[in-house]
Every structure is written in structure tokens, then in C-alpha cells.
Design a protein around this ligand. Structure first.
Ligand SMILES: Nc1nc2c(ncn2[C@@H]2O[C@H](COP(=O)(O)OP(=O)(O)OP(=O)(O)O)[C@@H](O)[C@H]2O)c(=O)[nH]1
Ligand SMILES: [Mg+2]
Length: 319
């Protein structure tokens, strides 16, 4: 990236931002070094945003919510970036962009930047690239970063590990096994937001809210923040302002008690450790001697001819 492009990016130029993200997402060897340079250059300009993770089962209304919430934030004078982590999408431009129909107005706004899920493949996977893209968006002056993920797999953990606040969208009613959302994910939640609290469902949403409020109080939370349970309607924008008010409350409380910065520090550290693990594994799997030894060792362990520890020790000697 030229100095000119970097200045453009820092000035909030969307084309320069998109170009930089393309380099970050590229799996070409030639781009890898360039990507590192870009990241090092933007790092000092990153960090000035609220990072919000949004998850929920298909159909809960994530896209509709992001459209309503994003437009509300723009009204409040914010610039909003929307990123997606969808490991099930094999190609870039998959799910979230197909969704631009649901974010039609938002995607047309100058103050919004919407980026689909990156293609899978490289070190650290899809979530890794989203994390880096987030830094670029911050450097380009986006105040709120919304990271969307489908609430069905491992990606929620990765998203929760890169945001300041993690929100789970729910449906009115449900009840049965927390609507297919795993308990582990509820434990990650800083807020449950019951969407579609409108029309005939409004009453039910209120009941669901009370149910989840007591369910959540049974979960252990080792943080200054007690997770909230609230209702909204992405369709009518009812309570969308209350969701933002809650986020701001979290933000100022977290800042005041130092939890904001210490959470981010911890996330940085986790990120590094995860990368280190992956690189070590990669190196190991590329080692020719290890490759040739491995089948025999695995067979020997299977048949209990040697212990697992002895096998691993032999492998480590070749690293
Ligand atoms: N009544 C009502 N309908 C809603 C609301 N929010 C979303 N919907 C509808 O629910 C359906 C699914 O909404 P989406 O926003 O596409 O849901 P999603 O979570 O993004 O779904 P996936 O992208 O498939 O994971 C659409 O028909 C929306 O119009 C709401 O607040 N109230
Ligand atoms: Mg969607």
C-alpha cells in the first residue's frame, strides 16, 4: 500500500479501505508481507471504536436489526462498519452480501461500510481476517463495528473473543432448549435481545424476557456487568434506541473500572497465542521427517505398542 493510499484510508476513503481489506484477505504469498505492513501502519490509528458482536439463529432478524440499528447510529452521528463471520460460506461475497437486500438503505449510506464474510483458508481462518479488517475500519474512522455471525457453531466463540460487547438475538417464545442456541453461547452473552417484539408477538416477547431474565441469573458471570435481557423490534425500530443506550452504559462502566482495556489486552494476547499454536502446527505438518514418521507412530499408539507420550516425544525431537 502506498503512502498515498494509506493517507486516503486514514482519511476515511472507502475505496482505499476496500483495497486494503482485499490485500488482507488475499491468500496470495505476494500479498502476505504487504498485509503485515498495512496492519503495522494502521495499528496506531486503530482501537477507537465500540466493537459489537451480534449472533442469533437464522431468521431471528440479524440483518433487519443491523439495518435498523445501523441507521439509528448514523442518526446519532456515528459511522458504522458491518463485518461478517460465516464459516459456512465457502466464497467471499456469500451470505451477508446476498443480504444487502435486507440492509438496502444502510448499504447506500455514505456513513456505513458493509463487508461480507472473507473466504476461508488462510492461517487463523475467517475470523482472523475479520479481526484484522476491524482494525482497518477503525483506522478509517468507523465508530461502531458490528460483527455478525450465525449462531450455530464455533464462530460465536471467535467473534465473542474479538468484540467488546456480545449480543445474542432471540425470538419471542422459544423456551425449548433456549431456541437451539447452545448454553455456552448464552454464557458469552452480554445481552439477550428478544427481537420481533411487535404486533401479536409483543406480549409473548415480554414473557420470554422474564423467562430469560431468570434463566440468565442462574449463569455465572465473573464480570462487573450483569447481562441484560431486553426486547426490540427491528421491523418497527421499537427499542432500538434502548439497545444503544445499554451499549453506551456498558461502555462507560467498562471504561471506568478498567475492564474495557483489560478485556482488549487479554483478547490481543489470546489472538497471539492462537496464531502461535497454528503456526507451530503448520510447521509440524510441513516437516518431511515428521510426515514420514507419523503413520507408523499412530499405528503403534493405536495398538498400544508405545505410549502416546513416547510418540509425541519422538515427533518433537524433529521440530
Ligand atoms: N415481525 C417482525 N419480523 C421481523 C423482525 N426482524 C426481522 N423480521 C423478519 O424476519 C425474517 C428474517 O429476518 P432476517 O433479518 O433476514 O434474519 P437473519 O437473522 O438475518 O437471517 P439469516 O441471514 O438467514 O441468518 C424476515 O422476513 C424479516 O422481515 C421484527 O422485528 N419483527
Ligand atoms: Mg441475515
Amino acid at each position: 500500500m502506498s503512502q498515498f493510499d494509506l493517507q486516503q484510508l486514514l482519511g476515511g476513503n472507502r475505496r482505499a479501505l476496500a483495497k486494503a481489506i482485499t490485500v488482507i484477505e488475499s491468500s496470495l504469498d505476494a500479498h502476505r508481507e504487504q498485509a503485515q505492513t498495512i496492519l503495522e501502519e494502521v495499528l496506531p490509528h486503530s482501537g477507537n471504536s465500540i466493537r459489537v458482536g451480534i449472533t442469533g439463529v437464522p431468521g431471528v432478524g440479524k440483518s433487519t436489526f443491523i439495518e435498523a440499528f445501523g441507521l439509528y447510529l448514523i442518526e446519532q452521528g456515528k459511522r458504522v462498519a458491518v463485518l461478517a463471520v460465516d464459516p459456512s460460506s465457502p466464497i467471499a461475497g456469500g451470505s451477508i452480501l446476498g443480504d444487502k437486500t435486507r440492509m438496502e438503505e444502510l448499504s447506500r449510506r455514505e456513513e456505513a461500510f458493509i463487508r461480507p464474510t472473507p473466504a476461508a483458508g488462510a492461517l487463523g481462518g475467517v475470523a482472523q481476517k475479520t479481526r484484522e479488517t476491524m482494525l482497518l475500519c477503525e483506522a478509517a474512522g468507523y465508530d461502531v463495528i458490528l460483527v455478525e455471525t450465525v449462531g450455530v457453531g464455533q464462530s460465536e466463540y471467535q467473534v465473542a473473543g474479538m468484540v467488546d460487547f456480545f449480543m445474542v438475538l432471540m425470538l419471542p417464545g422459544g423456551g425449548d432448549e433456549l431456541q437451539g442456541i447452545k448454553k455456552g453461547i448464552m454464557e458469552l452473552a452480554d445481552a439477550l435481545v428478544i427481537n420481533k417484539a411487535d404486533g401479536d408477538s409483543e406480549k409473548l416477547a415480554g414473557m420470554t424476557q422474564r423467562q430469560y431474565t431468570s434463566a440468565m441469573s442462574l449463569l455465572r458471570h465473573n464480570s462487573f456487568w450483569t447481562p441484560r435481557v431486553m426486547t426490540c423490534s427491528a421491523l418497527t425500530s421499537h427499542n432500538i434506541d434502548a439497545v444503544w443506550a445499554m451499549l453506551l452504559e456498558y461502555y462507560y462502566e467498562a471504561l471506568a473500572c478498567n475492564a474495557f482495556i483489560s478485556k482488549r489486552n487479554q483478547q490481543n494476547l489470546d489472538w497471539m497465542r492462537q496464531l502461535l499454536n497454528e503456526m507451530l502446527l503448520l510447521k509440524l505438518s510441513q516437516n518431511a521427517t515428521v510426515k514420514s514418521l507419523l503413520p507408523d507412530l499412530e499405528r503403534a499408539v493405536e495398538r498400544q505398542e508405545i505410549t502416546a507420550f513416547a510418540a509425541v516425544k519422538q515427533i518433537m525431537e524433529h521440530l
